[in-house]
Design a protein around this ligand. Structure first.
Ligand code: ARG
Length: 457
């Protein structure tokens, strides 16, 4: 392709270090689509003849069918997907294939291909997130009033509803969804026609190729267009944050599925057994989602570091942009699918969750709140009185509402029988009815709101 300038061919090392075909063959569909759009535009502008454009287009069509059927041949000498397609095109249509690369460089070509690929990955992420969101809504609806312990520091804090807990993840993933949607809107520009770096002297119709490839408009600066990988970083950053949320959810399922917790039975389809311990039921899928998040975060770091020191315009370092994006995308797609299944099909042991909520003096705050409201005691003092009640309950080995009224009066005269109404876990969650709170009535409202939001996204 550049033979004219060189007396000798590249060394074996040069060929190997240079070859991106082993991974960028994944871009073959985008590459062929970009070339077909380009040649159609060249013909319309009278830069290549209609007959040549037709031959090239048919050749590209044939190559697509071949790759679909047999896969992309990997030949290091052809370096990358762009040269691989062009060399096959030359075999099929002869020297006329050489007209395809008029007013184009691999620099704008690869930027275009990769953008189109990233756009599909973002759309897949959005669809994958939607599946998790809708599973979260369904399970939150079912468990709007199921009581479980809420934790801070992983210590029992206050009772919450499982529906409320699941909707917390709805919020996180809804933000992730909007990050992908933002990225999609921002990347909606086509680099094709920027050529190597400076634009071209040929009279291109860049709007035509942009439109043919599904972009809103052409990029505005050729130097930026060939050296910008923000769209890939946007994908990876959104993917990292999303995987971080999925990892937290996975971690909760892992903890909840452990025997001491026993809050959840993970779906058979997403669990594994042990080769030695017949009783085991391991949360491997959840653990891998947690693990994959680490790798996805590694991918964004990798591309950030690749890009951070590059002068304008294209540098070959940028060939290294693809593996981290491809890797992150396959990990994210799988993680989303696994978590959608886990949320949809796990069996929650609500009796056990409720018992756990009743066990850890989770309603101590309710006793303190009661003292503030019913006896007009300042909160700090109420907190102190309640602490003494918890201590006594621990000594007697009972829950707070297992103390007698005599026990409680012994701690503070101002406590009366009515306090027991406040000490049940049901009363506790029902009382937390502030906007955004855990009370079943608020959770049901948020379930409805979430349904509407999902429809309107
Ligand atoms: N394989 C290259 C890449 O992935 C294509 C662009 C090559 N451009 C060049 N000037 N060497 O980035």
């Amino acid at each position: 392709m550049w033979g004219g300038r060189f007396a000798e061919g590249p060394s074996a090392i040069m060929r190997e270090i240079n070859a991106s075909i082993p991974f960028d063959k994944a871009l073959w569909r985008e590459d062929i689509a970009g070339s077909r759009a380009h040649v159609a535009m060249l013909a319309k502008q009278g830069i290549v003849s209609e007959a040549d454009a037709k031959a090239i287009d048919e050749g590209l069509h044939q190559i697509a069918a071949e790759y679909e059927r047999d896969g992309v041949p990997v030949d290091w000498d052809l370096e990358d997907i762009h040269m691989t397609v062009e060399s096959r095109l030359t075999e099929i249509v002869g020297p006329v294939a050489g007209r395809l690369h008029t007013a184009r460089s691999r620099n704008d070509q690869v930027a275009t291909d990769f953008r189109i690929w990233a756009r599909s990955a973002m759309r897949r992420a959005v669809a994958g997130i939607d599946a998790v969101l809708s599973a979260l809504i369904e399970r939150a609806d079912e468990h709007a009033a199921s009581i479980m312990p809420g934790f801070t520091h992983l210590q029992t804090a206050q009772p919450v509803t499982l529906g409320h807990h699941l909707l917390a993840y709805f919020e996180m993933l809804a933000r992730d969804r909007s990050r992908f949607a933002d990225a999609l809107a921002r990347m909606d520009e086509c680099p094709l026609g920027s050529a190597a770096l400076a634009g071209t002297g040929f009279d291109l119709d860049r709007k035509m190729t942009a439109q043919a490839l599904g972009f809103a408009r052409p990029t505005r600066n050729s130097l930026d267009a060939v050296s910008d990988r923000d769209f890939a970083l946007d994908y990876l950053m959104a993917a990292s944050q999303c995987s971080l949320h999925l990892s937290r959810l996975a971690e909760e399922f892992i903890i909840w599925a452990s025997q001491p917790f026993g809050f959840v039975k993970l779906p058979d389809a997403l669990s594994t057994g042990s080769s030695i311990m017949p009783q085991k039921r391991n949360p491997d899928a959840a653990e891998l989602v947690r693990g994959h998040a680490g790798r996805i975060i590694g991918c964004v770091t990798s591309l950030m570091v690749t890009m951070k020191g590059l002068p304008l315009a294209y540098s070959k370092d940028m060939q290294d942009d693809k593996p981290p994006v491809f890797e992150a995308a396959s990990l994210l797609d799988l993680s989303l699918a696994a978590m959608a299944g886990m949320v949809a099909d796990s069996g929650f042991d609500t009796a056990r969750m409720r018992k756990a909520a009743e066990a850890g003096h989770a309603t101590a705050t309710d006793l303190a709140d009661w003292l503030v409201r019913q006896a007009d005691i300042p909160f700090r003092e109420a907190h102190h009185i309640t602490g003494a009640a918890v201590k006594l309950a621990d000594e007697k080995g009972v829950a707070l509402d297992g103390l007698s009224i005599g026990d409680l009066k012994g701690i503070d005269e101002r406590i009366d029988e009515r306090v027991f109404e406040a000490l049940s876990v049901d009363a506790s969650v029902a009382a937390r009815s502030s906007y955004g709170g855990t009370a079943p009535v608020r959770v049901r409202e948020q379930v409805e709101a979430a349904r509407k939001r999902l429809e309107e996204f």
